[in-house]
Design a protein. Structure first.
Length: 412
């Protein structure tokens, strides 16, 4: 597939010849912070304290701001706060306004435009919240929101109404009520901690929260959803990993969208988590001019595997207000999935989903591989476009002639 965005780094290279630069692990470097000591630079609290949070800082560090970016940054704190760690800022290509890292973190004036079909709560979390900070949408699992703070604010965030409190949502988790609800509902076996970002809690606070949840007999396993290993790999300390190791089975879902996010620092941080026995999965969001290209996506997914992370979900961008400029089409997503399946290991192929607007839950979206089903046969297409017939009876048991490849589908 020809790249829609010429700055994505793939050009017109045929599938299977991914740009080597997308595969490389490179350190983020220090950039403007070259005189900072190693001890400070490696301290996650120093990184948080020195985040870029104002228009003045942004103009100083990124003098190539476009008019759209400058206008967006001036309005940012009325919708979703501006916040970028020094580490992650150094991944931005200041010479390229279409840099895939830049598009994810620098506000744009387009965020102020809301299409008629966009929503402040696009997946209906508030309507499935029995107590503040808890979402119970699926039968056996709950989403436990622990904070409204992130290390960096993604401009397409599904919870932009809540995180950073820029829009006045005034979110305050109530851990006692959240835990009491879980304890009173024995059908809940899976608790996902999210927010905001749970790994911004101190080791002590996070340990206390995990201990209280682990003490509930019917909670079988815990999960943490986080972008901290990507935005702030300095936070993944040996001490944090040793603490988390106490709470197995514990799973962590990270969120990375582009291979350039996977630096040597990120690789090493993820390795520390994996060495602690924590299964790692990744959730990406399909974003226009960021990763809506088969070569970029394949490089990203393969690089995740090299970081010991299983690609889990590829999300269609939710209908969050002001995100139209970042939303790739479903048809583009299906094209990309078609060029992954069979062209790389199945371990690298995520499930492409739409989180149904209004609270319908995750719906898998796949290319059409079943061409026809009728009495006695199923016609299927493989990744090469070849058509095969699989015979079966009405009760699902194989019958009739042996399976065979056929030249053309007989669609009736």
């Amino acid at each position: 597939m020809q790249a829609e965005n010429p700055s994505s780094g793939t050009g017109s290279a045929p599938l299977g010849t991914t740009n080597p630069s997308l595969k490389a692990f490179r350190p983020a470097g220090r950039g403007f912070w070259h005189d900072v000591s190693e001890a400070d630079w490696s301290d996650w609290r120093w990184q948080m304290k020195h985040r870029i949070t104002t228009v003045e800082q942004l103009k100083n560090f990124l003098p190539t701001l476009t008019p759209e970016e400058l206008a967006g940054a001036q309005l940012a704190n009325t919708k979703l706060a501006l916040g970028i760690t020094p580490y992650f800022f150094n991944l931005i290509d200041s010479a390229d306004e279409n840099c895939p890292i830049r598009r994810q973190v620098i506000p744009r004036i387009e965020e102020s435009t809301t299409a008629p079909w966009e929503m402040s709560d696009p997946v209906g979390e508030d309507s499935h919240s029995p107590v503040p900070g808890l979402v119970h949408r699926y039968p056996d699992r709950v989403l436990f929101l622990v904070t409204d703070r992130c290390a960096r604010y993604c401009r397409y965030c599904t919870r932009s109404r809540l995180v950073s409190n820029a829009s006045g949502y005034d979110f305050h988790p109530e851990y006692d009520k959240q835990i009491a609800y879980i304890a009173a509902h024995p059908e809940i076996r899976d608790v996902l901690l999210s927010g905001g970002d749970p790994l911004l809690l101190s080791d002590e606070k996070l340990e206390n929260l995990l201990s209280r949840l682990r003490a509930i007999p019917h909670v079988e396993f815990l999960r943490i959803g986080t972008r901290i290993p990507i935005f702030l790999p300095q936070r993944i300390t040996p001490e944090l990993c040793a603490m988390l190791k106490q709470f197995h089975p514990l799973f962590i879902s990270i969120h990375a969208n582009h291979p350039r996010e996977l630096t040597t620092e990120v690789r090493d941080a993820l390795g520390r988590l994996a060495d602690a026995g924590i299964p790692l999965g990744n959730q990406s969001v399909l974003l226009r001019h960021v990763n809506d290209d088969a070569e970029v996506m394949k490089a990203h997914l393969q690089k995740l595997l090299r970081c010991r992370v299983k690609p889990y979900y590829l999300y269609q961008c939710d209908l969050i207000a002001g995100s139209a400029h970042l939303r790739a089409s479903v048809s583009r997503g299906l094209e990309i999935m078609e060029q992954l399946r069979g062209h790389t290991t199945g371990y690298a192929v995520p499930t492409y989903v739409i989180d149904a607007p209004g609270g319908g839950g995750k719906v898998p979206i796949n290319p059409e591989y079943v061409l026809c089903r009728n009495a006695g046969r199923v016609l299927i297409r493989n990744y090469e476009g070849k058509i095969f017939e699989y015979p079966e009876s009405a009760d699902g048991q194989p019958c009739g002639q042996p399976p065979k490849e056929i030249a053309e589908p007989e669609l009736v």
